[in-house]
Design a protein around this ligand. Sequence first.
Ligand SMILES: NC(=O)c1ccc[n+]([C@@H]2O[C@H](COP(=O)([O-])OP(=O)(O)OC[C@H]3O[C@@H](n4cnc5c(N)ncnc54)[C@H](O)[C@@H]3O)[C@@H](O)[C@H]2O)c1
Length: 438
Amino acid sequence: MNNNNSSNQSTRREFVKNSSLLAGGLLAAPLFSKANYFSGADDTIKIALIGCGGRGTGAATQALSTKQNVKLVAMADAFRDRLDKSHKSISEEIDAGRIDVPEERKFVGFDAYQKAIPLADVVILATPPGFRPIHFEEAVKQGKHIFMEKPVATDPAGVQKVLAAAAIAKQKKLNVVVGLQRHYQNSYRELFKRKDAIGDITSAQAWWDGDGVWVHPRKEGQTEMEYQMRNWYYFNWLCGDHITEQHIHNIDVINWFKGSYPVKAQGIGGREVRKGKDYGEIFDHHFVEFHYADGSILNSQCRHQPKTMNKVDELLIGTKGKIFAGAANIVDHKGKVLYQFDRKTENNPYQTEHDELFEAVAKGQFKFWDAERGAKSTMTSILGRMATYSGQVIEWDKAINSGIDIHPKEYDWAAMPPVVPDADGFYPVAVPGVTSYA
Ligand SMILES: NC(=O)c1ccc[n+]([C@@H]2O[C@H](COP(=O)([O-])OP(=O)(O)OC[C@H]3O[C@@H](n4cnc5c(N)ncnc54)[C@H](O)[C@@H]3O)[C@@H](O)[C@H]2O)c1
C-alpha cells in the first residue's frame, strides 16, 4: 500500500464496496480488481452501533476518534432509553459532523440489528454476549467489517455459529477485531515478542478477582424477558457467568501465549455471598484447572465477592523463567529481570483497536481475523463454567460438539426466557455433582 491519500481513498472505497457486493452474491471477480472500482461519492466509512450501552458507547466514540473519515449513521438497541443516552454521550464527545443518526436510523427492539447493519460499512457489536453469534452471522452475511466485543457467545452452539461465520468472514476478507484488547496493548505485545526467553511454558495462572458488578433490581410491570434483559449479567443465556464475561480476558492471554487451547478442564465453584433473588443463576467464584495437550496446566480463578482481594493479572511459568503480565516483565528463575516494559510507552488499547481497524479498512487491507481466536477463548471460558457447574472433568472436543444451546426459542418481550424463577422468586443454580453435561 502506498501512502498517497487519494490512492488510499480509492482503494478503501473499492474494498468497502466490494465486501458488500461479495456478500450479496453480486461479485464474482476477485477482490481489489479495478473492474470493481467503487464509484461512491466520498470516502466516508459509515458505522452502525448495535448495543448502545457502556461499552458500545465507548467503542463508537473510539471509532469516531480515529484519523479516518468515519461517520456514525445508525444505532440499534433493545431499549430506547439506552439508545438515547448513548447518542447523547457520543454527541458530547464527538464533533457533530461525524454523527448523522436521524430518527429514521434509530432502531429499537430485538430485530433492530437487522435494520441497522445494512446501512454501514463497519458495524460495532456490543450487546450482551448472548446475542453476538446471531449479530455476527448477520454482519458477515451482509459483508461488513466488524468490531465485536468479547465474549462472542455464551454456549457451545453459539461458539460454533461464530466459528462458521468467522470462516466466511475470512473468505470475504472482512476485517474482524474482537475486543480482547490485550492483543492491542503495547506491554502485552512486547512481552509476547519475547516469550521465548522463558523457554517452554509449563504452567500458568490467571486471576480476575474483584467485588462484582452492577445489579438492576426488578421493576413493577416488567415482563420476565424485560427484567432479564435489563439485569443481563445474572443470566447465562445473556452473559455466560463472570468466568466468561470478564475472566475470558485473562484466560485468553494464556491461550495466546501458549498458542493453543485446553483439551480438558475441571474445577470448583459456587455462590457464597451472591444469594439473593437479584443475582439470577450465576456463581460468585470459579477455580478451574485447564489442561493443555502438552501437559501444561493453567490454574484460573475468578471471584465476585465484596471486600476480598482484588487482582486481575496473568503469570506464565516456563522452563527458563516467568512472564509477569501485570508487572510487564520477564524474570529468570534466579530472579534476574531479563526484560522490563517501559510503562511510559503504554497505549490505550481500546483506542488502538479502532485506530488499526479503521486504518486497515481505509487502506483496503485485510489485516484482522480475530473471530476464530475470540470464539476459542470464549469456548475455553465456557469449558471452565461447565467444569465448575458439574464438578466433572469436561473435555473440549465433547463440549464444543455438544450442541448445548441455552437460548430462548423466541426473542420477544412476552416470551419466556429459558430460566424462570420459582414461586419465591429464586432462580435455579447449578449444583456440582448434580448438574450434568454427560
Ligand atoms: N473489552 C472490555 O474491556 C469490555 C468492557 C466492558 C464491556 N465489554 C463487553 O461489552 C458488551 C456490552 O457490555 P456493556 O458493559 O456495554 O453492557 P451494557 O448493559 O451497558 O450495554 C449493553 C447494551 O446492549 C443492549 N442490548 C441488549 N440486547 C440487545 C439486542 N438484542 N439488540 C440490541 N441491543 C441490545 C442493551 O439494552 C444495552 O444498552 C459485553 O459483551 C461485555 O462483556 C467489554
